[in-house]
Design a protein around this ligand. Structure first.
Ligand code: SF4
Length: 228
């Protein structure tokens, strides 16, 4: 297996990371606020990035993004703002519950979480409604001083299984462990974004464009299945 640095170098020859294609990355850079980043990451669930951007901008324009503004807003109004992103009622309820819980249990701010050791920070985040490992890991990766967790989305899962980095039956934690053996912690954000780009643009679920893939020489699927 190739080293992580070589994988990243190959991917960077083909892809350029653009924050306009990653809502969480853009929001983290602009606001540097874990609450707003958490809300943005939640809006990327079960939809594509374009619709998540639309829902985020509409929420910002109609309600606001701060914990206080969302705490005081009506669920109906939050849901209406989130309509472009799908699951708008489910997400509106979760946002309202998160704002309430952050008020009750975190004194209205998630800032202190970022200074906790990664495992503790993750535990606190996943105690919030509709926040699973992936959402928590995205928040930590983008804003915490350090993290031990590289977030795995559906693109990354597909790509690493095809490459043969993780076995077909591997779940979230196992994939994460395999990637942690290949990439240095300092490269987790780059690796996360570049593997997503590979999945979105080339290693597509229905019809992977293996001939154009910068990693085809190390890909298990390509060498065993496609080349026989
Ligand atoms: S060679 Fe094909 S299957 Fe392998 S990672 Fe690239 S696109 Fe995906």
């Amino acid at each position: 297996m190739m080293e992580g640095e070589h994988i990243l170098k190959r991917l960077e020859e083909v892809f350029k990371i653009d924050e306009n294609e990653f809502l969480a990355l853009k929001v983290a850079r602009i606001y540097k606020d874990p609450f707003i980043l958490l809300i943005a990451t939640l809006l990327t669930q079960n939809t594509n990035e374009r619709n998540a951007f639309k829902a985020f901008n509409q929420l910002k324009g109609e309600i606001g993004l701060s914990q206080k503004e969302l705490l005081n807003a009506r669920i109906e109004d939050i849901a209406s703002a989130l309509r472009p992103g799908g699951l708008h009622w489910v997400k509106a309820k979760a946002i309202k519950q998160i704002a309430e819980k952050v008020e009750r249990e975190f004194n209205g701010s998630l800032g202190s979480i970022l200074r906790l050791p990664p495992r503790k920070a993750r535990e606190k985040l996943i105690s919030l409604p509709r926040v699973g490992f992936k959402t928590a890991d995205v928040v930590l990766l983008n804003l915490a001083e350090e993290t031990d967790y590289i977030p795995i989305d559906t693109h990354i899962e597909r790509v690493v299984k095809k490459l043969g980095i993780a076995p077909e039956k591997a779940g979230y934690r196992e994939i994460q462990e395999k990637l942690s053996k290949i990439f240095n912690k300092k490269d987790y954000l780059r690796a996360h974004l570049l593997l997503i780009l590979l999945g979105r643009r080339i290693c597509k679920s229905r019809n992977p464009l293996c001939g154009e893939c910068p990693l085809n020489n190390i890909c298990n699927y390509y060498n065993k299945v496609k080349l026989g």
